[in-house]
Design a protein around this ligand. Sequence first.
Ligand code: HEC
Ligand code: HEC
Ligand code: HEC
Ligand code: HEC
Ligand code: HEC
Length: 392
Amino acid sequence: MSKLSSSLMLVTLAGLWGVLHGQQPEKIESALTCKECHEDIYNQWSGSRHARSTPAKNILFAKIYELSQQDTNGETKLYCIRCHAPVTQINGDVDIQQEITNEGITCDICHSIAELSDSPQHWPNIYEPGKTKRGPSKDADVDEHEVVYSELFENSRLCSGCHGDMLDIPGTRSCGNLTICDTDFEWRGTTFAKEGKSCVDCHMTGTQGLSVGKEVERTAQHDFSGAYSHEKLQEAAKLVLDVKEFGGKIIAAIQVINKGTGHLLPTGPPARMVFLKVSAFDHNGEEVWSNYTNNPAKEDPFGVFHIVFANLEGKIPSMPWLASRIVKDTRIRPGEHRQLVYKFPSEGVTKVEAKLFYRLAPPPLLDKFEITDETLRKAYLMAQSEQIITIE
Ligand code: HEC
Ligand code: HEC
Ligand code: HEC
Ligand code: HEC
Ligand code: HEC
């Protein structure tokens, strides 16, 4: 039996179990219910990507989801939504008709994860929705609902069910060496992981604030900022530029440092791209040389940090569900100093500048889907460095 039909079976079996035992299957509660008391957390979460993960709320996901289903005769339909619309795992609303399913990764999804399964036949997250909310405190004193301590909230395991293990995409014709969106795997084994600095430490930083209307010493930020946050992108990287002039040439040595992510840069979906722009200017501020003019991936492939797939017919790039091999993987490891050297004529050059940019999705892909959203089209500046040259 395929994984897809087995996960559908699990949804229906859970419902059947409830009916046979005369119980109403427990439901996921709406975030609006939690808002009545946890207003600050609700406001942070509602601005997060977790609240925008379903096709109706995320145009990029909607288009790519649709294309994946066309390419695979619908094989990816249930597969993608187990992470992007996880309420479907409990209510079986696989066409995403109900408002609750459209809440995406809603409060009660995370706070109902009881366990993570190790079985390869089972998708990790095991949900037990109901009156009991799982959380990080061992001594929470709550009358409003039941609260149970779970160690999943203390380390990164709660995140790993969705931010890891995407090896078995239906339709993929390779046998398992394509790692996609496997941020959890990228993080394991790093110094961050060894020192106990987890996803939660960087993405849900605890600060003093209001919890259920009371000032408390520590409440976890629920905005889950990442690649859609310009601030977060600026925390990620640093550039060091060292320019020398020698025999009529400029030698610009550049280090691109992944200083602030606990995983690869960029992590996540293969659409993401980080790229370097190196330019030389004359005394009038006119650009006299640069590492690319139109397309960095074609003109300076080493200055572009991303993962690229090919399909069986050799077409590059390939969508993940048709991919059969990795053509290129230049993403930067946590803590890595990636060295690049550029040489060009020094005549007239008075300043050299390096800038590092981030793109959420390649413009040709957005053109194909007729997506005009500026947030997706923009290249975000992550880091920059410049050096003035005095040539005798
Ligand atoms: C009627 C008010 C009320 C509602 C509604 C409510 N809560 Fe709470 N909840 C509280 C109070 C009070 C606390 C204790 C103070 C705190 O920890 O912030 C609490 C604590 C918690 C905790 C903390 C447990 C820990 O380990 O620290 C979690 C998790 C939680 N609630 C989740 C939820 C979720 C999810 C919802 C919506 C499905 C929800 N709550 C709805 C009042 C409420
Ligand atoms: C040391 C801090 C740090 C740790 C630890 C860390 N991250 Fe990140 N993360 C960042 C920074 C900075 C960015 C922004 C740059 C980027 O997108 O790579 C980021 C970006 C992301 C993104 C956005 C990627 C995208 O393409 O939308 C996701 C998802 C993410 N992290 C998940 C995780 C998960 C899951 C873990 C734990 C397994 C984790 N992070 C651990 C700092 C961290
Ligand atoms: C992606 C998973 C995820 C989602 C979605 C999520 N939480 Fe949490 N929540 C956590 C984790 C992890 C912690 C513990 C973080 C820590 O202690 O550093 C936490 C902590 C809490 C706490 C403990 C008290 C505090 O202030 O830190 C409360 C209350 C809570 N969440 C309520 C909510 C509510 C309400 C929503 C929806 C508006 C929500 N959560 C959405 C993962 C999630
Ligand atoms: C039920 C599945 C699920 C769980 C559990 C989950 N995530 Fe996510 N997360 C997603 C999906 C799906 C997205 C992509 C949403 C989108 O942009 O469509 C996402 C996006 C993100 C982003 C990207 C934000 C950006 O700006 O690019 C960060 C950061 C993140 N999650 C952190 C976490 C952390 C930390 C945890 C654990 C506390 C966690 N997630 C648990 C499914 C999940
Ligand atoms: C195992 C969980 C999981 C599955 C299954 C999954 N995704 Fe994702 N997806 C994520 C997470 C987590 C992110 C957040 C970004 C990241 O990892 O950096 C994401 C991000 C994305 C994004 C970028 C969204 C944005 O707002 O920029 C797209 C598009 C996407 N996924 C498409 C798909 C498609 C299509 C499928 C099915 C073929 C799929 N995903 C299956 C977990 C999953």
